[in-house]
Design a protein around this ligand. Structure first.
Ligand code: FES
Length: 646
C-alpha cells in the first residue's frame, strides 16, 4: 500500500501501489477536473508532485490545456510508494454551490397554469382508511386487509403492494390503532401501494420534485402535488463534471475500474443535495415527497439508474432502455427520499434523451403547423425540427463552453458572472454587465458569446479565432499559453486577478458553435427545407433568455434569420419534467412524442465533419449564410475607411 497526501486540503489516502493517481484522488474525494474522463487528451488533471515519485506514462496526444512545467497528468500517473501531491486547480468544482432561482424569474409559478383544464393529475394520491382489526373470524393478512379495503371501499382493484413497505407494515398499523393513510402510485393502468403512514395525513400535502439532470448542471424544482404550486428551485453543477466534461468522457470514465459506481454516486449525491436544499428552503419534510420526475440525456439517465452506458457509444448506439420503469428513489441511490418513486422521461435514441422529450412536450412544436426548430444548447446540442405532423431530431457534442466550463475564467450565471458585453471599436474598452450587478468574478456562457461577438466586430479577433496581432492595445497581450484579451483588470474584478478571454477559450467556443450550426444545417437538409423556411426557432437550455440572439448569429451559432423568429422557452427539460410530474396525460403524451420522432445519426453522416470544419470560422467560411453579419462588417469597414480619409 502507498500513502498519498493531497495538498492544499491535507487529505490523506492509502491505495495499492500502481493505482492510477486520478482514481486515487477521486476515491479520496479530492476534487480534480478530468474533463476528458481520463483519456489523456484534455490536460485538465494536472497535479504537482511535491515529494515522492509517481510513474508517468508518455502523453500520446496534443493536450487541449498545455501541460505546465513540473506537473504530471493524474490520469497518466501511477502511485509508486508514498507521495505528497499538490492539487493545482479545482476548476469547475471550486465554484460548486447551490444556486436558488426566484419564483419571479419563472415562466409560471403553478404547473396548473401550464396545463389544459382537467389535465392536473399527479401520479400519487393519499387515501385515509380506518381498518377493521383482524380477529379469529377475519385473520386476513395486514397488507391484504389494506388491499381489500382499497378494492371494496375505493373501487381500486389490481393494486400491487410494494415489498419495501412490508417489513414495517404490521407494526405501523397496530401502533396507529388501524387508522392509516396509504399512498398509491398510478403507473399507467397499474396501481402500486408505496407507503402506509399512521393516522390521517391527507391534510399534509404531498410533494413532488422535477429534476433536469444536465451533463454540467442539475436543477431541482419542488412542487406541491395538491395545488400544483412551484415552491422552490435550485441548481448546482453536476458532481460528475470532475469525471469528464461531456457524455463521451463520462462513458469512457464509466468503463474504467469503478467508474460507473462513482458516476452514479456523484449524480445521485448532486440530486440529493439539491432536493435537500429545496425541501429545507420550503420547510417541507422529505417523507412527504412521493414522486420525482427526472429528465436527462440518455447517458445521464443511464448513470442515474446505475446502468452501464457503454453501448450508447458503440455502433449501432443502442441504450439499455428507452422508457425506464418507475423505481423507488432509494433503489437508485437517492437516499434523502424514503417514500418517493422516480420516473425518468423516455429517450428517442442514445443521443436524444428524456431532456429533449420533456422539452418538446413543454414547447408547442408538436401542436403547431409552422415549421419550428427547437434547440437545447448545453454540453450537448440537441435539436428537433418539425411541426404537428412530423418531427426529426439529432444531437451533437458541444462541450461545456456554453455553461462556463473549459473556459479560463468560466463560471455559471451566478452573481458576478459577466453576462453582457459591448466593446468600443475605437478604444477597445469593454462595457460589461454582470449577474446581479456584482463585481465581475468570471464569464458565463452568454457573456462569452457576447464578448467573442464584440471582439470579432471590433476587429480584435480574426475570423479564424486568433487575436489580431496587429491591433495595439494594452488589453491584448501574450500570456503563457497564447494571446488573450483582458476583459477586467484585477483592480476592478471581484477575484483579485485579471479576467481574460484567451485563444483556448475562443477555440472551445468556436468548436461548440460549429458543431451546433453544422447539426442544424444537416437537419434542415435531411428533410429538404431551407433555413429560410424555418418560421420559429425555440431556444432552450442553460442560458435561455440571457442569450443575445443577434450576437449568437454574429459568431455563427444560430442561423441568420429575422430576430422575430427566435423565442426562449427557458429550461424546457425542467418544465417538461414538471408537466409529467403533475399530469398523467402529459406523461402519456411524452411517450407518444418519442414514438412520433425520427432520429438522424450525425456520427455516421459523412457530411457532418465537412460542415463542422466549414463552421469553425466567425461566423462561417460561407459568408452568404450570414448576410446580416456580412452587411454589418461591410458597413463598419466603410465607416472605418471614411474615418481614415476624413
Ligand atoms: S488529460 Fe487527464 S483527465 Fe484529461
Amino acid at each position: 500500500m502507498a500513502k498519498i497526501h493531497f495538498e492544499p486540503k491535507g487529505i490523506e489516502s492509502e491505495v495499492p501501489e500502481g493505482t492510477n493517481l486520478l482514481e486515487a484522488a477521486h476515491d479520496a474525494d479530492v476534487p480534480i477536473n478530468a474533463t476528458c474522463g481520463g483519456a489523456g487528451v484534455c490536460g485538465t488533471c494536472q497535479l504537482k508532485v511535491l515529494s515522492g515519485t509517481v510513474d508517468e506514462e508518455p502523453i500520446q496526444h496534443h493536450l487541449r490545456h498545455p501541460k505546465s512545467e513540473g506537473t504530471v497528468l493524474a490520469c497518466r500517473a501511477k502511485v509508486k510508494g508514498g507521495a505528497e501531491i499538490l492539487v493545482l486547480d479545482e476548476g469547475l468544482t471550486s465554484v460548486v454551490g447551490v444556486k436558488k432561482r426566484e419564483l419571479s424569474e419563472m415562466l409560471f409559478t403553478s404547473v396548473r397554469d401550464a396545463l389544459e383544464p382537467g389535465d392536473f393529475s399527479p401520479p400519487t394520491r393519499k387515501l385515509h382508511m380506518e381498518l377493521a382489526p383482524p380477529s379469529l373470524d377475519d385473520p386476513t393478512g395486514d397488507a391484504d386487509r389494506i388491499l381489500r379495503e382499497l378494492r371494496n371501499k375505493r373501487g381500486l382493484a389490481n393494486v400491487v403492494i410494494d415489498f419495501d413497505i412490508l417489513p414495517a407494515l404490521s407494526r405501523t398499523v397496530r401502533e396507529a390503532g388501524w387508522e392509516v393513510t396509504v399512498t398509491v402510485l398510478s403507473k399507467g393502468n397499474h396501481l402500486r401501494l408505496i407507503n402506509v403512514e399512521p393516522g390521517d395525513t391527507t391534510s399534509c400535502c404531498q410533494y413532488g420534485i422535477a429534476v433536469d439532470v444536465g451533463t454540467t448542471t442539475v436543477v431541482a424544482q419542488l412542487i406541491n402535488l395538491v395545488t400544483g404550486e412551484i415552491l422552490e428551485e435550485a441548481s448546482d453543477y453536476n458532481d460528475q463534471v470532475r469525471s469528464g466534461e461531456d457524455v463521451i468522457s463520462r462513458i469512457v470514465y464509466a468503463g474504467k475500474g469503478d467508474g460507473l459506481g462513482r458516476l452514479h454516486e456523484q449524480v445521485a449525491d448532486t440530486i440529493d443535495r439539491l432536493m435537500q436544499h429545496v425541501l429545507d428552503e420550503a420547510g417541507v419534510e422529505a417523507a412527504y415527497v412521493s414522486a420525482v420526475v427526472a429528465a436527462g440525456n440518455t447517458t445521464m439517465t443511464h448513470l442515474l439508474l446505475g446502468l452501464p452506458p457503454r453501448y450508447i457509444r458503440e455502433a449501432p448506439y443502442v441504450p439499455t432502455i428507452a422508457f425506464p420503469p418507475w423505481l423507488r428513489a432509494s433503489r437508485i441511490g437517492l437516499k434523502g427520499l424514503p417514500n418517493a418513486y422516480v420516473y425518468c422521461a423516455g429517450s428517442l435514441a442514445s443521443y436524444v434523451g428524456g431532456d429533449i422529450t420533456a422539452g418538446v412536450l413543454a414547447s408547442d412544436l408538436a401542436s403547431g403547423e409552422e415549421l419550428t426548430l427547437y434547440i437545447d444548447v448545453g454540453t450537448n446540442g440537441e435539436m428537433v425540427m418539425g411541426n404537428a405532423d412530423w418531427m426529426v431530431a439529432c444531437s451533437c457534442s458541444a462541450g461545456p463552453a456554453f455553461e462556463g466550463g473549459g473556459i479560463r475564467h468560466g463560471m455559471r450565471a451566478v452573481p458576478g458572472a459577466i453576462d453582457a458585453a459591448d466593446i468600443d471599436p475605437v478604444s477597445l474598452e469593454p462595457r460589461l454587465g454582470t449577474v446581479a450587478g456584482a463585481a465581475p468574478r468570471g464569464i458565463c456562457g452568454s457573456g462569452l458569446i457576447e464578448l467573442v461577438a464584440e471582439m470579432f466586430t471590433a476587429n480584435i479577433l480574426e475570423p479564424n479565432g486568433k487575436l489580431n496581432r496587429t491591433v495595439s492595445s494594452n488589453r491584448i497581450r501574450k500570456a503563457e499559453h497564447g494571446y488573450e484579451y483582458v476583459v477586467v483588470w484585477a483592480a476592478d474584478s471581484g477575484v483579485g486577478e485579471d479576467i481574460v478571454v484567451n485563444e483556448t477559450d475562443i477555440d472551445n467556443l468556436m468548436r461548440a458553435k460549429a458543431a451546433i450550426f453544422a447539426a442544424i444545417t444537416l437537419l434542415a437538409e435531411s428533410v429538404g427545407v431551407q433555413m429560410s423556411d424555418i418560421a420559429r426557432v425555440q431556444i432552450a437550455g442553460g442560458f435561455g433568455a440571457k442569450l443575445n440572439v443577434g450576437k449568437a448569429v454574429t459568431i455563427g451559432l444560430l442561423p441568420d434569420l429575422p430576430q422575430s423568429t427566435f423565442s426562449y422557452v427557458g429550461n424546457g427539460s425542467l418544465t417538461g419534467a414538471s408537466l409529467i410530474l403533475c399530469s398523467a396525460r402529459k406523461l402519456e403524451r411524452s411517450v407518444e412524442l418519442v414514438q412520433k420522432m425520427s432520429y438522424i445519426d450525425l456520427s455516421s453522416n459523412p457530411d457532418f465533419m465537412g460542415r463542422y470544419v466549414s463552421a469553425l470560422f466567425l461566423p462561417h467560411t460561407d459568408m452568404s449564410l450570414f448576410p446580416s453579419v456580412e452587411a454589418e462588417l461591410s458597413s463598419q469597414i466603410r465607416t472605418a475607411a471614411g474615418g481614415e480619409t476624413s
